[in-house]
Ligand binder design. Structure first.
Ligand code: PLP
Length: 358
């Protein structure tokens, strides 16, 4: 049997060897970065050097980095810690945003999945707000024009929170007041992330404790996770993204010719993501079939219960529940090969033809 083919990078990426090596090297370390003894000072040194590396690699200032337990906590810090009274969230945000701001007003998206800036403008005219709009969507890869949106939000006295969990290290960190990133999407480990805070005066801590992270996030830092995070940022490069783009174009062209539908295809997307519908075949049937055939793909957002629910992202784009329930996500990363994606395209086309013939 050939090896399995992993095409679910948007859920999590395999750890980079550099992250594994640095984790192993320091795994037996004693020392709390808040302690004053030599071991504590050594741990503090490692923490601050990792902060410099993460900041340098992401192109932000070290004093803007607040380490958290991941993307979810980074988003919750901005959403629950904001001093602004109103919150607006795009309809296609990750559940980490939607669940952390249950009373937020929704900003609609168009059929491409892009935020409707006229609606946003009208909503902002009713008063300043914290606005949460992600950089690239985790299901479709659709990229929002964060620069333009940031100007609109600032002109109305608001603050912009951008979830860059899917774009960090692939694209420059966007110019937003708060930006969330996650280590396990870039080749380090789950349980570490950061909120880039460019506007600390409008933010309260949510998790209180020993005053760590400039008082914005109490709790002993996950030093090993943070060191691995820094190693992954340092090891990141963008050379492979051009190949990913070409590979995806060939993949999508083949699936379209075989009767597939690709969501968000008419706009700017991450080159690593395709959300593709196989008419007449439910996502759960496809996932089981492909899993047995050796491919790890997903139905969109990975969720803890493992259930397959129709995507709220596609529904916000005007796709019917039935059609959304036939879509799966194929996502790739730096070690994906052309052969991996070609093999999946062959399997997809074979299943689609078998279903049509049945
Ligand atoms: N935001 C997006 C767009 C994501 O894809 C994810 C992970 O699936 C998260 C937030 C949550 O990040 P974490 O798993 O680090 O909590």
């Amino acid at each position: 049997m050939r090896d399995r083919i992993y095409l679910d990078w948007n859920a999590t990426a395999p750890p980079r060897s550099e992250a594994v090596a640095v984790y192993a090297k320091h795994a037996a370390l004693a020392g709390n970065p808040s302690s004053v003894h030599a071991e504590g000072r050594a741990a503090r040194g490692l923490l601050e050097s990792a902060r410099e590396t993460v900041a340098g690699g992401l192109g932000v200032r070290a004093d803007q980095i607040v380490f958290t337990s991941g993307g979810t906590e980074a988003l919750a810090l901005a959403l629950k810690g904001t001093k602004l009274e109103r919150t607006l969230v795009a309809a296609t945000e990750h559940s980490a945003v939607l669940a952390a701001a249950p009373d937020a007003e929704t900003i609609p998206v168009d059929t491409r999945g892009i935020v409707d800036t006229e609606s946003l403008k009208a909503q902002l005219e009713r008063g300043p707000a914290l606005v949460a709009i992600m950089h690239a969507n985790n299901e479709t890869g659709v990229i929002h024009p964060i620069g333009e949106i940031g100007e609109l939000v600032a002109a109305h006295g608001g603050r912009l929170l951008t979830d860059a969990v899917q774009t960090a290290t692939k694209m420059p960190i966007p110019a937003a007041d708060y930006v969330a990133v996650s280590a396990h999407k870039i080749g380090a480990f789950a349980g570490t992330g950061a909120l880039i805070v460019r506007c600390a005066e409008d933010l309260n801590a949510v998790q209180h404790g020993g005053g760590q992270e400039r008082g914005l996030r109490g709790g002993t830092e996950n030093l090993l996770g943070i060191i691995a995070f820094a190693a992954a940022v340092e090891a990141s490069d963008q050379d492979w993204l051009l190949h990913a783009q070409r590979r995806r174009e060939r993949f999508e062209t083949r699936l379209l010719a075989a009767g597939g539908e690709i969501f968000g295809r008419e706009t700017h997307r991450l080159p690593t993501t395709s959300m593709v519908r196989m008419p007449g075949v439910s996502a759960s049937t496809q996932l089981i079939h492909f899993d047995l055939a050796g491919f790890a793909v997903s139905s969109g957002a990975a969720c803890s219960s493992g259930r397959v629910a129709a995507s709220h992202v596609l529904q916000a784009m005007g796709v019917s529940t039935d059609e959304a329930g036939e879509a799966i996500r194929v996502s790739t990363g730096w070690s994906t090969t052309d052969a991996d994606v070609d093999a999946f395209a062959d399997a997809w086309i074979a299943l689609s033809q078998a279903r049509k013939a049945a």
